[in-house]
Design a protein around this ligand. Structure first.
Ligand SMILES: NCc1[nH]cc(CCC(=O)O)c1CC(=O)O
Length: 311
């Protein structure tokens, strides 16, 4: 262990982010480090009256933590890997990805018998363009409402009758102990998760002591998850995606190598481009799947979508 035994972890202060920061803290404390959690309220947490796609800027949850990393106010920052832009500044690398939780989406409702397929027409809450597009494609009978805010806020909205059901990532629901509201687990094939969903990423400054950085990586990184996340993130970077456009990507370790499936949907699910491949090099795999999608016209579709979201 390096001589500097105190590690300061920067994090958003939502309950989910704090859970994740404590998770990282416990991995480090188990190895003898002392950890201080430095929590902040980000722009993304302050602006709740507009959808993320309308705020537009990438990194509304990450920029302020990046500044603190650069200033040396924190040693590492933890982020939901899903919330990270596909490309980061070269001086602020990701040094670890924690073992991924089940990555799928789930449906929450107060009605235990609620099912998306058999219900004839309900109000379903979601804030992501990916989930909206998938809903429009798979279950067009439902109407969709914006559900922003942290998971507790969204659960309160559900309880107050804002919607009959809502769609969330299993990972967050699990971490927040809200499983009792899950009425349906959505299949990875039709509701393929967002890039990075379910894993926690650790970002550092390139100025961090290399021995400390290596030690943090050793304690927190899961190699299999990292390979998947790198493939997914290279896919997203090639498409110039981000969490505000309806792009998905999910990699899994199969017997014959790393398998990556990715796609882009029109905002109303009216078109979909899908591609998949197997490989051993995450970067090459991500780029290959992206190239396939680009060959199908993904970039034109995404340009169109960005215009529609901006207006
Ligand atoms: N965009 C918000 C966000 N960022 C990460 C998670 C869930 C936890 C994870 O994917 O690791 C969520 C909530 C959700 O989409 O349901």
């Amino acid at each position: 262990m390096p001589t500097n035994k105190l590690i300061r972890i920067g994090t958003r202060n939502s309950a989910l982010a704090m859970w994740q920061a404590r998770h990282i803290a416990s991995l480090l404390e188990n190895a003898g480090y002392t950890v201080e959690i430095v929590d902040i309220v980000t722009i993304g947490d302050k602006i709740l009256d507009r959808s993320l796609s309308k705020i537009g800027a990438k990194g509304v949850f990450t920029e302020e933590l990046e500044t603190m990393l650069r200033n040396g106010e924190i040693d590492i920052a933890q982020h939901s890997a899903k919330d990270l832009p596909s490309t980061l500044a070269a001086d602020l690398p990701l040094i670890a990805f924690t073992k991924r939780e089940a990555a799928h989406d789930v449906v929450l409702s107060l009605n235990p018998d609620f099912r998306l397929a058999s219900n004839k027409g309900a109000v379903v809450g979601t804030s992501s363009t990916r989930r909206r597009a998938m809903m429009a494609k798979e279950f067009p009978q439902h109407s969709l409402v914006e559900m922003r805010g942290n998971l507790q806020t969204r659960l309160e909205k559900l309880k107050s009758g804002t919607s009959d059901a809502m769609i969330l990532a299993f990972a967050g629901v699990h971490r927040m102990g809200m499983e009792s509201y899950i009425v349906e687990h959505l299949p990875i094939e039709t509701f393929t998760p967002a890039v990075g969903q379910g894993s926690v990423a650790i970002q550092s400054s390139s100025r961090l002591d290399p021995a400390l950085s290596a030690s943090i990586r050793k304690l927190c990184n899961d190699d299999a998850t990292e390979a998947c996340l790198l493939a997914e993130r290279h896919l997203l970077a090639q498409l110039d995606g981000g969490c505000s456009v309806p792009v998905y990507g999910h990699a899994q370790q199969h017997k014959d190598g790393l398998y990556l499936r990715g796609g882009v949907l029109g905002l109303k699910g009216e078109v979909e481009m899908v591609a998949s491949a197997t490989g051993s090099n995450p970067e090459q795999l991500g780029k290959a799947v992206a190239q396939n999608l680009i060959g199908q016209g993904a970039q034109t579709l995404l340009q169109d979508i960005r215009k529609q979201l901006a207006s």
